[in-house]
Design a protein around this ligand. Sequence first.
Ligand code: FE
Length: 168
Amino acid sequence: APAGAETASSCAPPATPTPAQTEGPYYKAGPPEPASLVEPGMAGTPVSLTGWVVATDCAPLADAKVEIWQADASGTYDNMGYRLRGYVLTDATGGFTIETIVPGEYPGRTEHIHVKVTPPGGSTLTTQLYFPGLQGNDADGIYDPALLLEVIEGPSGLTATYTFVVAV
Ligand code: FE
């Protein structure tokens, strides 16, 4: 489960499935499963992206694949390699954590992290996550407040939490 979590997800059944969003132009299949997407010397505010994957009845989904890809702090995607691309599998509580950085904005888009969530034997939810309180959110035609991360500022960066609800 996510570090410091006292309860499971914030899910209350029957839960509304997490809205899907466009994949965008920068998805690249086959990323690694790293402990952290943060590399030495990488610019940007560290963020521990954490949360749960649950079904609409709030049952935790273990071994779900949570894959992310995002821009770096200057708003650039690595389309040659797999920098800031990777996945983790959920634990027995449906929990996951990926260490990354806060992405930069790029023209037309507010800060966002792309995600694909695939429960075992289920279909893939493709969506995007957003950071609260940014001016750029309302100017972004794709932004959806249902996809806002819950962000806590800590001494060494942010903890950003989201519960994915998927139909299985
Ligand atoms: Fe993007």
